[in-house]
Design a protein around this ligand. Structure first.
Ligand code: C2E
Ligand code: MG
Ligand code: MG
Length: 268
């Protein structure tokens, strides 16, 4: 008998629930680097599912099902919590001089529209965690357009707590300018689909240049995603992009590799 889409999604949903209960979701960390001096400025936490049979599963294979079932909130929460702890432990065992390292965590739209996220952060702060000034949330444009008031309210509360906000995958959604106009955004992440073609497509080059100019004139930081080659990094730097992230600078690694990266990286 053929398996229907509903049965298939029930299966993965149950599997995700099991994975959450068994503590199988964990953050990997990818370095974010300052283009002007190649120094480490922080990390993005990226969810991975250490599945007992399927091995290490990437978000592409579970985020969709987790979003449609509402389980994404639990995953986000686990990643935030584990990333925060791992980050603090790493910094405790290897205190660094210079500006504080940033921890950037992805937040699903559904989570952003739920004021419980603010309560969670307040609870983490009440535990005496010290790195709140270094926490950033990455949000995407999906669905926010229909919930502008709520999103604005929650983002403002997060800002009061000292959290910075990055607009992820910039340029791939719609109405991006509305978000920049309306929400307290601090940083734009330029999507890999543009930055990877910067040397081969004049259109991508023009788009990236325009995004950087826009960000500069609004006093927003820019991070180029998916940088894989030195000449792409050089061009982004020449265009005035401040920060880069991608396999050229470092692939996502498990928490056990954090201290080594921090130790080895030039800072400042
Ligand atoms: P994103 O937030 O835009 O993250 C960047 C993605 O680009 C990551 O994919 C990263 O591994 C990948 N990447 C980084 N550098 C390179 C590169 O040089 N080349 C290539 N080809 N890829 C690169 P990943 O880890 O598979 O995550 C995919 C997406 O899943 C993320 O995109 C984010 O939207 C979502 N995601 C990841 N973790 C979480 C999470 O904890 N919560 C939520 N809600 N979404 C998450
Ligand atoms: Mg992201
Ligand atoms: Mg992105």
């Amino acid at each position: 008998m053929a398996i229907s889409d509903d049965q298939r999604s029930d299966g993965i949903e149950a599997d995700i629930r099991g994975g959450l209960a068994a503590f199988e979701f964990e953050p990997f960390f990818q370095p974010i680097v300052n283009f002007s001096n190649s120094k480490l400025v922080g990390f993005e936490a990226l969810a991975r599912w250490r599945h007992p049979e399927r091995g290490l599963v990437s978000p592409a294979d579970f985020v969709g099902a987790a979003e449609s079932s509402g389980l994404i909130r639990a995953i986000d929460r686990v990643i935030l919590d584990r990333a925060w702890r791992a980050f603090e432990d790493a910094l405790k065992s290897f205190p660094v001089r210079g500006p504080p390292l940033l921890l950037s965590v992805n937040l699903s739209t559904e989570h952003l529209l739920d004021s419980a996220i603010v309560d969670s952060i307040e609870a983490l702060m009440a535990e005496g965690r010290g790195i709140i000034s270094r926490l950033q949330f990455e949000i995407t444009e999906t669905l926010l357009i229909n919930n502008k008031d709520m999103a604005e309210h929650i983002l403002s509360r997060l800002k009061i707590l000292g959290i910075t906000i990055a607009l992820d995958d910039f340029g791939t959604g719609y109405s991006s300018l509305v978000y920049l106009h309306r929400f307290p955004i601090d940083c734009i992440k330029i999507d890999r689909s543009f930055s990877k073609e910067i040397l081969t497509s004049p259109r991508s080059h023009a788009i990236v240049r325009s995004i950087i100019t826009l960000a500069q004139s609004m006093d927003l930081r820019t991070v180029a995603e998916g940088v894989e080659q030195k000449d792409v990094a050089d061009e982004l730097r020449a265009l005035g992009c401040e920060f880069g992230q991608g396999n050229y600078f470092g692939k996502p690694t498990p928490a056990s590799g954090l201290v080594e990266i921090v130790k080895a990286a030039p800072r400042g």
